[in-house]
Design a protein around this ligand. Structure first.
Ligand SMILES: [Zn+2]
Length: 1018
C-alpha cells in the first residue's frame, strides 16, 4: 500500500467524494487469483464491526497484472496500481470521523485478506463543501462546440488516406490519428489523453516494460495504403524492435483495415500490444455509449457509473466486434482472432478533445498473430445499425449459417420451429463431499423415470394440445447426472435402462416432438472407468486443469484433443441404441479456449477451437440436431440452439443494460434458450415477457414424476413474509421471517431459506441456504397469530455467480410417516419446488438490499385461466398452455427471419419494442400502464401484431375494455390476412370472453375457428 488520495478531507452526508488507493506489488510474483480491493469507512478502524459505508471494487488493472516492483525499479514501466473510485456517503450517515480500512481480498473467500491496513480518515460533516464543487456539472454547449472543433483540427499535418466515404489521417510526429466519416461528418480520434499510436508491453522474467509508439520514423504510401515504421528501444537492450503499422481500405471499401506487426530480435517476450489505444472517445454530452458483445449484448452508457476500465477477455465475448455511438453516429470495430481482448474505459479525466465531462473509449489488446482490426462507420447511428453492419461481415466469414440452410441439410429442424423446451434430469447421484451431500453415503434420487417422461410427453400432446416440443433428458447415463463422464452407456437401470429409453424415444417421436439426450465431454472423474491422468488438460505450469465439483466429485478437464476420441467411441452406439434426433453437449462454449502443455497432446487456443468444432461435427454425424451450452459465433453453423445466453436478460441485473446484439446478428440462424436451471415457474411473468420480446421459447418448470397426476402434498396453513432485513456490510445481513397462521398446523416443520441464482450449477439454482427449526414448534402455532421465527444473522457466500442479484425463497419440510421428508405446500403461491419468493437480494456497493417482489397475483398472471381454455387444469398446465399459445405461433412466424428493430420506449427501459419485419412486439414490465395504438398494456401486458397473428395480454383492445386484463390470440389458419381469413382461430386464455375481430365482436370461451365470411362461428 503506497497510500491513499482523497479529493477532499470532509464530505456531507448524501454527497460523494473521490478516493484513489495506490498500491505496488512488493512481492516476487503476481497475484494469479485476481484479488478485489476492499475500502471500508469505519468509526473504529480496522475491525470491520463498524462499517458505515464502503467502496469495494475490482481494480482497473487486474491484480494478475500487478507486476512485482522491486526488481524493476530501474526499468521503464508502471509499477503503481489502484483505481480511483467515487464513494457515495449514505444520506443517513452520522457526522463524524471515519477511518479508511482497506486492502485486498479474494471474492471467493472474502475472509482471507492479502493486505489489511488502516490509512487516514474522512470527516462526514454538514460543514463540508458540497459535492457539486467537484462532481461534473454538464459542460456548456459553447465549450462543447469549441472542443469538437479542436478534435476536427487535432492533427493538421497528418498524412491522409482517403476512401469513398471516409478519411484516415495519421500523424507522423505523434502517432495519433483522426478518422472522419464523410457521410455523417463525425470525427473519431486516438487517445485523447496522450499523443501516441499505442503501447507494446514486453516481459523478461519478472521484468516488464511498456514501450510507447509515440510517433513514426517514416510514413510511406504503398499500393492502396499507408505504412508507418518505428524503431523501439528497450533501455539497456542490445537490439531494437521494429514496429510496422499498415493502414489500408477494407475489401468492401467501407472502412479501414489496421494491421500491425512487431519484429522482436530481443530476449524479451511480447505480452500484448494495443491494436487500438483508448480510441474513438464518446462523451456524456454526446449521449455516447460503447457495446460489449457478452452473451446477448450490453450497452455501456457514459453518463453514469464509476470511472473504471473493464477488460472483456476474448473468452467472454460472443462476437469479435464492438461499437461506439455518439450523437446518432456509430462505428463498428471488428477483428478476426481469438487472442484479442476488449477494454472499455470510463473516465472523468478532462481533455481539450472531449466535448463532455465523462468519456468512454476502447482499447484492443492482442497477444497473438491475428492483429488485424477493421473500422467502419455504420449506416445507422445506433446499436441496431452496428449489429446490422456486422451481419454482413458475419456472412462473409461463414459464421452466419441461416436456419433455412440448416433446414435444407436437416429436415428434422422443422420439429423445433416454435417448440418450447421441457428439460428432465432422470437420476441424480451426489457423492459424499459434493455440494449437496455432506453425508458419508452417495445420495441417489430418481426424479423422473423414462416412463414418467413418456407420460408427460403424451400429456402435453393429448391434454394440452401442444403441437411441438423439445424434450431434453439428462441423468440418463450409467451413473446419473454429472457422474463418470465420458463413460455414459448403458442408460441407468433406475430410470428404466436401455429398453425403456428406446421406448421413450419412440413415444416422443410419435407425439411429433424432438428428443435430445444430454452429454458432456469436458469433464472426466477419477471414478470414471476411462480415467487416465494422461488425458487431462495441463496448464502452463503442467498442473491439471480442474472442472467443477459436481455430483460425481471433482471433475478434471479432459483435453479437447482427446474429447473427440470418446465422442467417436460413444455416439454411434448411442444413436443406434435409442434413435433420438437431438443431442445436447453441456459446457462446450462456456469454458474458455485453453492451451495444453501436455507433451502427448499439446494445444494452443486455435487448436482448442478447431478440436471443439471437430467434436460438434462428430456429434452432428449421428444426431442432426445439436444443442450447445454457451454462445460463440464460430459455433453458430454447428448448433440449432445455444443454451444460456437468454438468462442474461431474465436475471434482471439492474447494473446491466441488456440489448439484443447477438439476436440482431444471428437470431435467424438458431434458437436461444436460458440456462438449464433458469426455468419458467408459476410467478415468472417478467421472464415470460423477456421471452416474448425476443420471440424465444422458454424451458418450463414442473414437478417430479408424472407431475400432472401427483397426489397433493401435505399442507401447512401459513403465509410467510420478511419482517426485518438489515445489511451490515461485508456480505453480512440479518433476516427475520413472520408467519401468518391461517389454521391449525399438524406438522413440526423445518424451515429452509434458499438464496438462488439462475446460473448456479447446483440443484434449483441454489447458491447457499439457511435451514433451521422455528423457536416454537409449528404444531403449537395458533390460528390467527403472526409468529416470528427469530432473527438469523447470515453471511452471503456468493459462490460462482458473485454479481447477484440473488432470489430469496422459503419453504417448509416435514417428516413423512414411514421415513424421509417432504416439502409442504403453504398458503402463498409457490414455485414447482414449493418455495415462496420473499424478495431479491441486490448488491449496492458494499451493502446488500432486499427488494420485495411485486404482488404475487400479478407475477402469476400467466397461470390465470378464469373463464378460459385451461380453467379446469392445475396451475403448471395453465401456465404452459397460455405461454405456448402465444410463443409457438409467434416463433413459427419469425423463425429464420432477422430481428430488424429494437428500442426501449421508456427511460427506465421497462417497456421495449422489437420488430421482425412487419411483426411488432411490445412488452410492459413496469408498474405504469402503457398505451400502444389503442391497446392498454398493464404491468406484464404485451401486444404482438402482424398481418396473420395477433396476441395480447391487455386491459383494452379493439375498443373493448378488460378491467382485470385478458389474454387472447388470433391466428389466421389460411395465411390470408386476419381481416379476410376464412379460418381464423381464436384462443382465449383468461378474462372476459369477448374479442373484436375485423368486423364483429365474438364470444369465445376456450377456442374457436371462425369463418368471417359466414354469419356465425363454425
Ligand atoms: Zn492436451
Amino acid at each position: 500500500m503506497l497510500g491513499v488520495g482523497l479529493n477532499q478531507d470532509s464530505v456531507r452526508p448524501g454527497d460523494s467524494f473521490l478516493i484513489h488507493p495506490r498500491f505496488a506489488n512488493g512481492g516476487t510474483r503476481v497475484d494469479s487469483a485476481h484479488s478485489s480491493v476492499f475500502v471500508h469507512f469505519e468509526t473504529s478502524g480496522g475491525d470491520c464491526e463498524t462499517i458505515a459505508f464502503q467502496a469495494d471494487h475490482d481494480p482497473e488493472t487486474p491484480t494478475a497484472r500487478w507486476l512485482p516492483g522491486d526488481q524493476v525499479v530501474d526499468v521503464v514501466g508502471n509499477h503503481e496500481f489502484g483505481t480511483p473510485q467515487v464513494v457515495y456517503v449514505p444520506a443517513t450517515c452520522k457526522p463524524g470521523l471515519y477511518h479508511i480500512h482497506l486492502g485486498l481480498f479474494h471474492r471467493d473467500n472474502p475472509g482471507q485478506r492479502h493486505l489489511d491496513e488502516v490509512l487516514g480518515s474522512i470527516s462526514v460533516s454538514w460543514d463540508a463543501p458540497p459535492t457539486s464543487e467537484w462532481d461534473p456539472e454538464p459542460m456548456e454547449e459553447e465549450e462543447g462546440w469549441r472542443r469538437k472543433r479542436a478534435l476536427a483540427e487535432r492533427y493538421p499535418n497528418a498524412v491522409k488516406l482517403e476512401g469513398p466515404s471516409w478519411i484516415f489521417a495519421l500523424d507522423q510526429q505523434s502517432g495519433g490519428f483522426l478518422f472522419t466519416d464523410r457521410n455523417s461528418g463525425a470525427h473519431w480520434s486516438s487517445n485523447p489523453f496522450a499523443d501516441r499510436w499505442g503501447l507494446v508491453r514486453l516481459a523478461r522474467g519478472a521484468e516488464v516494460v511498456d514501450l510507447e509508439v509515440d510517433g513514426f520514423d517514416s510514413i510511406g504510401h504503398v499500393a492502396q495504403g499507408l505504412v508507418g515504421k518505428r524503431v523501439l528501444t528497450i533501455p539497456g537492450a542490445e537490439h531494437p524492435l521494429h514496429f510496422t503499422l499498415t493502414i489500408s481500405p477494407t475489401e468492401d471499401g467501407n472502412g479501414i483495415r489496421i494491421e500491425s506487426s512487431l519484429d522482436n530480435p530481443t530476449d524479451w517476450q511480447v505480452q500484448h500490444w494495443t491494436g487500438l489505444d483508448r480510441a474513438f472517445t464518446v462523451s456524456d454530452a454526446e449521449h455516447g455509449y460503447a457495446l460489449a458483445p457478452r452473451w446477448l449484448g450490453e450497452l455501456l452508457p457514459t453518463d453514469r457509473g464509476l470511472p473504471v476500465g473493464r477488460l472483456w477477455g476474448a473468452n467472454e465475448l460472443a462476437m469479435e466486434m464492438t461499437g461506439v455511438v455518439k450523437d446518432g453516429q456509430a462505428l463498428l470495430i471488428s477483428w478476426d482472432a481469438p487472442e484479442v481482448s476488449l477494454v472499455t474505459h470510463l473516465s472523468l479525466r478532462d481533455s481539450p478533445f472531449i466535448p463532455g465531462r465523462r468519456s468512454q473509449s476502447i482499447s484492443l489488446w492482442t497477444t497473438g498473430p491475428g492483429q488485424a482490426v477493421e473500422v467502419r462507420p455504420a449506416a445507422r447511428g445506433d446499436y441496431v445499425g452496428v449489429a446490422q453492419a456486422y451481419r454482413e461481415l458475419a456472412r462473409a466469414r461463414g459464421y452466419h449459417h441461416s436456419w433455412a440452410e440448416k433446414r435444407a441439410a436437416a429436415p428434422q429442424l422443422e420439429l423445433l420451429e416454435g417448440a418450447p423446451q421441457f428439460r428432465f434430469t432422470a437420476l441424480h447421484n451426489r457423492l459424499p463431499g459434493t455440494p449437496d451431500n455432506a453425508g458419508a453415503e452417495p445420495l441417489e434420487h430418481l426424479a423422473h423415470s423414462f416412463r414418467d417422461i413418456a407420460r408427460c410427453a403424451e400429456h402435453w400432446r393429448r391434454t394440452l394440445g401442444i403441437e411441438r416440443a423439445q424434450i431434453v433428458v439428462a441423468g440418463w447415463n450409467r451413473a446419473g447426472y454429472d457422474n463418470q463422464h465420458p463413460d455414459i452407456l448403458p442408460a441407468n437401470d433406475e430410470a428404466g435402462g436401455n429398453a425403456e429409453l428406446k421406448q421413450l424415444a419412440e413415444t416422443v417421436a410419435a407425439m411429433g416432438y424432438a428428443l435430445f439426450l444430454h452429454d458432456n465431454y469436458q469433464d472426466i472423474y477419477q471414478a470414471s472407468p476411462s480415467w487416465d491422468a494422461g488425458l487431462v488438460n495441463l496448464d502452463e505450469n503442467g498442473a491439471p486443469r480442474l472442472g467443477g465439483l459436481w455430483g460425481g466429485g471433482q471433475a478434471q478437464r479432459l483435453c479437447t484433443l482427446r474429447q473427440v476420441d470418446f465422442a467417436r467411441r460413444n455416439l454411434p452406439e448411442v444413436a443406434r441404441a435409442f434413435g433420438a434426433p437431438g443431442y445436447f453437449l453441456d459446457t462446450t462454449l462456456t469454458t474458455r479456449l485453453e492451451t495444453c502443455s501436455s507433451t502427448d497432446h499439446p494445444m494452443g487456443v486455435r487448436e482448442d477451437r478447431a478440436a471443439r468444432l471437430e467434436l460438434f461435427n462428430t456429434a452432428r454425424a449421428h444426431f442432426p440436431l445439436l444443442g450447445l451450452e454457451g454462445v460463440r459465433e464460430w459455433a453458430v453453423p454447428s448448433a440449432v440452439f445455444f443454451e444460456g445466453a437468454l438468462s442474461q436478460k431474465t436475471v434482471h441485473n439492474p447494473n446491466w443494460i441488456v440489448i439484443p446484439l447477438f439476436p440482431l446478428v444471428y437470431g435467424d440462424c438458431l434458437d436461444l434458450f436460458p440456462i438449464q436451471s433458469d426455468l419458467i415457474g408459476l410467478d415468472d411473468a417478467a421472464k415470460i415477457l423477456d421471452h416474448i420480446s425476443y420471440a424465444q421459447l422458454p424451458s418450463f418448470s414442473f414437478g417430479e414424476g408424472a407431475y400432472f397426476e401427483r397426489e397433493s402434498r401435505a399442507h401447512m396453513a401459513a403465509r410467510p413474509h420478511v419482517s426485518r432485513f438489515d445489511s451490515h456490510g461485508n456480505g453480512e445481513f440479518t433476516l427475520e421471517l413472520a408467519w401468518e397462521v391461517t389454521a391449525q398446523i399438524e406438522q413440526d416443520a423445518e424451515i429452509f431459506v434458499h438464496f438462488t441464482h439462475p446460473r448456479s450449477p447446483r440443484a434449483e439454482g441454489l447458491v447457499f441456504q439457511d435451514d433451521f427449526l422455528p423457536p416454537m414448534p409449528s404444531s403449537t402455532w395458533r390460528p390467527g397469530a403472526t409468529v416470528l421465527t427469530g432473527t438469523r444473522r447470515l453471511r452471503l457466500v456468493p459462490g460462482l455467480w458473485r454479481e447477484g442479484p440473488w432470489e430469496v425463497r422459503v419453504g417448509c419440510l416435514a417428516p413423512v410417516p414411514g421415513g424421509g421428508e417432504q416439502r409442504l405446500t403453504l398458503d402463498s403461491p409457490a414455485d414447482a419446488g414449493q418455495r415462496i419468493l420473499l424478495g431479491t437480494l441486490h448488491r449496492d456497493g458494499g451493502q446488500l438490499r432486499l427488494e420485495l417482489p411485486p404482488a404475487a397475483g400479478d407475477r402469476r398472471v400467466f397461470t390465470r385461466a378464469d373463464g378460459g381454455w385451461a380453467a379446469e387444469l392445475k396451475p403448471t398446465d395453465r401456465l404452459i398452455k397460455n405461454v405456448v399459445e402465444v410463443l409457438t405461433p409467434l416463433k413459427r412466424l419469425v423463425v429464420g427471419k432477422p430481428m430488424t428493430e429494437h428500442r426501449f420506449l421508456t427511460a427506465d427501459r421497462t417497456v421495449e419494442r422489437t420488430h421482425f419485419g412487419p411483426l411488432a412486439i411490445t412488452v410492459n414490465r413496469g408498474e405504469n400502464p402503457f398505451e400502444v395504438g389503442g391497446t392498454s398494456l398493464p404491468q406484464f401486458g404485451f401486444l404482438v401484431t402482424s398481418p396473420t397473428f395477433v396476441a395480447f395480454h391487455a386491459t383494452s383492445f379493439g375498443g373493448l375494455d378488460y378491467p382485470g386484463g385478458a389474454l387472447f390470440t388470433l391466428r389466421s389458419l389460411d395465411e390470408k390476412p386476419l381481416a379476410e381469413s376464412a379460418t381464423l382461430r381464436v384462443y382465449h386464455g383468461f378474462g372476459d370472453d369477448q374479442v373484436r375481430l375485423a368486423d364483429r365482436v365474438v364470444t369465445v370461451e376456450r377456442e374457436a375457428v371462425i369463418n368471417q365470411n359466414a354469419a356465425t362461428p363454425r
